[in-house]
Design a protein around this ligand. Structure first.
Ligand code: GLN
Ligand code: ZN
Length: 756
């Protein structure tokens, strides 16, 4: 027994991805898609069959939030004339009758949900046939189902109010949500529903903002969950990713039957134990990490559960995953690439269910002869992992401990003078963010090289050809600072991870990022160190082709960390410092080779921000420290750039300043100069490259359009402080789009320079 909050739906071999993409392209029929979905659900329930229940409605064709919007009949006006899957996929992916709903990150994970749009004139006519049939499917196959449903407060809190007063819309949504629950309650007597309410882990941070006020109202929360219970629904309310103490207290006063809390990322949930003890609720104790891929230390977990059971009776505690297993890959069963010792330390979704069953059994019945072998195996593995020389490297630890370089040796004001005179770049210097289009040829080339079908020599020649063309083009149109185009990189984190010690890569460890898109995050299992230069050869080659400045291109330590599965036996900050020193070594090699500008991308800097205000300071402290460790080694005359893909800087502007990068390029193209104002307001003096056109769209911006954009920027910051560039890397675009766009960018700058 025991429980989880959801299972990965993409399939062991990404069957759902393939079926979806085939359906979208018109190759596969709706029927075929439904059949794949059905067989995936059956397979996943089978894996869950020994748990208390199997999860129903954790499955989705795209995302659970947009599913719920669809059930509730909350459709954007532009799609209201559509029905069924056509309407559903229009909301998720766009349609000829309008653009898709926005997508954004699910709390601090790398999963993205589709943001439902709510408006007052919608009729909120519910439609839950698909949920009903999934429930029936589970019953018919002999399973005990638990419905996974996003809670009303989380749904409303994460949706976008498009028109109408939030309070009024909330009433409408609430009433539709109750209609939905009426239908659900008819499915069974005492139908079990797990309501996910992660919004409550944000604490009261958002409670002041107008739109969300109504969902932080104690009376409303009480009333909603009491009414749910009145319908004869057995309700469990779960929060995850942090603690939810302020709200657990409210929830415990309602007539729900259980509460699910995350004890991995929400230490402070312990504060709620007394209250739970004094209620009649079941505690679903989230002790198996649903976001990481390491075997659990079951002996330690058992100790923790025994501790809790001194407060809450054992029969009211159920062992659970900390959140849905959506965030980890399916199973490690067919992994062949990973070193066997490291593999033995891994636990993906299927293996985690095994851990939950084992732990629940040990907790309820003791370590009986039946589980003894597996139990001892787990203890042994944990000991081995703690002492292994694969996970501990004294030399690396010493090197990090003895590092003395924490900041650039001269202040910015001095550095920039030196740089400006030595590098001699014009005002409004033009550059790009790094990558150029990843053509089908270049992708095939990398793949074939990886498979061993092309030898390294001819692979290198082809990469060089790409770089040659790329540099020639940049020279032709007259960009000021050039890049090599990143043709050798499949991914900005994987490329570095593959060359660093302490990283492993799975062959099938896919995790859903959004819709049918999956990522295979690197696994950081041991101490990290650079073994040899990672980019030097390519950058040197590129520089040899031109007299202009070639910008070295690296991924920053915080981004490498935030986009990987990180070991759980060392503080994240410590892992990040190790990565930072590896990047520092690379910077040193580049500058010694004569590279004068080096960009250290921190695309995921903001993504690592904690969910609760009280933890932000700590994160900022070590994240900034790590970026500075990575770049401190740069000589004063070497210019350090960084790049961040955001268009919201208000909250983090002080941290950006503290990174002490000489130049930062940012993603402002879609928000014009409004965003830039915050730089001016705080008196930001370092150089800034606001994106002047949106690379996410295939549109080619005209010269006059870019000129207008630049003029708007000049109203905010002086010309000496500005760089001109696109708003992100160009790898997803086609050369046909990139060439004219960049040419227009350079021409626009030339005209402006004449005018001012
Ligand atoms: N240098 C990287 C590129 O141009 C940066 C990508 C990113 O910011 N996501 O692709
Ligand atoms: Zn970017």
């Amino acid at each position: 027994m025991g429980s989880i909050l959801g299972f990965p739906r993409i399939g062991k071999n990404r069957e759902l991805k393939k079926a979806l993409e085939s359906f979208w392209s018109g190759r596969g029929s709706e029927n075929e898609l439904e059949n794949v979905a059905k067989s995936l659900r059956l397979e996943h329930w089978k894996i869950q069959s020994r748990l208390d229940n199997v999860c129903v409605n954790d499955f989705s064709f795209y995302d659970n939030l947009i599913d719920l919007a669809f059930y509730l009949g909350a459709k954007p006006k532009r799609f209201r004339h559509l029905d069924g899957l056509e309407c559903y996929f229009a909301m998720a992916r766009g349609h000829k009758s309008g653009v898709a709903c926005e997508m954004t990150k699910w709390f601090n994970t790398n999963y993205h949900y589709v943001v439902p749009e709510l408006s007052i004139d919608d009729d909120y006519k519910i439609n839950i046939e698909s949920l009903k049939s999934q429930y029936k499917e589970a019953k018919d196959n002999g399973y005990k189902p638990k419905i996974s449903l996003i809670g009303l407060f989380t749904f409303f809190g994460l949706s976008k109010v498009v028109d109408g007063k939030p309070q009024k819309i909330f009433q409408k949504v609430k009433s539709a949500y109750f209609d939905l629950l009426d239908e659900i309650s008819k499915l069974d007597s005492n139908v079990l529903v797990e309501f996910s309410e992660p919004i409550f882990v944000r604490g009261l941070n958002d409670s002041q903002s107008g739109d969300l006020k109504c969902i932080y109202d104690r009376n409303i929360i009480e009333c909603v969950y009491n009414n749910i219970a009145k319908k004869g629904i057995k309700a469990i309310v779960s929060t995850f990713f942090e603690h939810s103490s302020e709200f657990s207290e409210i929830l415990l006063k309602t007539d729900i039957c259980g509460i699910g809390l995350d004890f991995i990322y929400g230490e402070k949930n312990k504060q709620s134990l007394e209250n739970i003890a004094n209620s009649d609720k079941i505690l679903y104790a989230g002790v198996i990490d649903g976001r990481n891929i390491w075997i659990a230390n079951l002996a330690q977990k058992l100790e923790f559960l025994e501790e809790i059971s001194k407060i809450i009776p054992k029969d009211r505690i159920s062992v659970s995953s900390s959140c849905s297993l959506l965030h980890v890959p399916f199973s490690k069963e067919n992994e062949s690439k990973i070193d066997s010792e490291i593999l033995s330390y891994l636990s993906f979704a299927k293996e985690k269910i095994g851990e939950i069953l084992l732990l629940e059994s040990a907790f309820k019945n003791g370590v009986t002869s039946e589980i003894k072998e597996s139990w001892e195996k787990n203890i042994e593995l944990n000991q081995k992992r703690a002492n292994s020389n694969k996970t501990n490297n004294k030399e690396i630890r010493d090197r990090v401990a003895n590092n003395k370089l924490f900041a650039r040796s001269t202040p910015y004001e001095e550095r920039i003078k030196l740089q400006k005179s030595l590098l001699d770049y014009p005002i409004l210097a033009t550059t790009t963010i790094g990558s150029f289009p990843q053509t089908p040829e270049i992708r095939a080339l990398r793949l074939n090289h990886k498979k061993g079908e092309i030898n390294t020599e001819s692979y290198n020649e082809s990469i060089k050809d790409y770089i040659r063309d790329c540099v020639r083009f940049q020279e032709e149109i007259g960009l000021d600072v050039l890049v090599h185009g990143e043709p050798e990189r499949n991914d900005m984190v994987e490329y570095f991870g593959e060359q660093l010690m302490g990283f492993a890569f799975s062959s099938n460890g896919w995790v859903q990022s959004y819709g049918s898109r999956c990522v295979k995050p690197p696994i950081i299992y041991g101490d990290v160190e650079r073994l040899k230069p990672m980019t030097l050869e390519w950058i040197n080659f590129a520089q040899s082709l031109t007299k202009k400045i070639m910008k070295g291109m690296l991924t920053g330590p915080v981004t490498i960390l935030n986009w990987s599965f990180v070991r759980d036996d060392l503080a994240r900050s410590a892992v990040c410092e190790q990565i930072a020193l590896s990047i520092a070594s690379e910077i040193n090699d580049l500058q010694n080779a004569g590279i004068k500008i080096i960009q250290v991308d921190e695309a995921a800097f903001k993504e690592g921000y904690p969910l609760r205000k009280e933890n932000i300071e700590d994160y900022e402290l070590w994240a900034i420290k790590c970026f500075k460790i990575a770049t401190a080694i740069a000589k004063s005359e070497v210019q350090i750039h960084t790049h961040m893909c955001y268009s919201e800087f208000n909250d983090i502007i002080k941290s950006i300043e503290a990174l002490d990068a000489d130049v930062i390029s940012i993603e402002t193209a879609r928000s014009g100069n409004a965003l830039l104002k915050v730089f001016k307001e705080i008196g930001y003096v370092k150089e800034v490259g606001p994106g002047v056109y949106d690379i996410h769209s295939p549109r080619i911006p005209s010269v006059s359009e870019i000129k207008k954009q630049i003029k708007a920027l000049l109203e905010v910051l002086p010309k000496e402080q500005l760089w001109i560039n696109p708003d992100c890397g160009l790898k997803t675009r086609k050369y046909d789009e990139v060439k004219p766009s960049l040419k227009n960018l350079v021409d626009a700058v030339k005209e402006i320079r004449k005018e001012i």
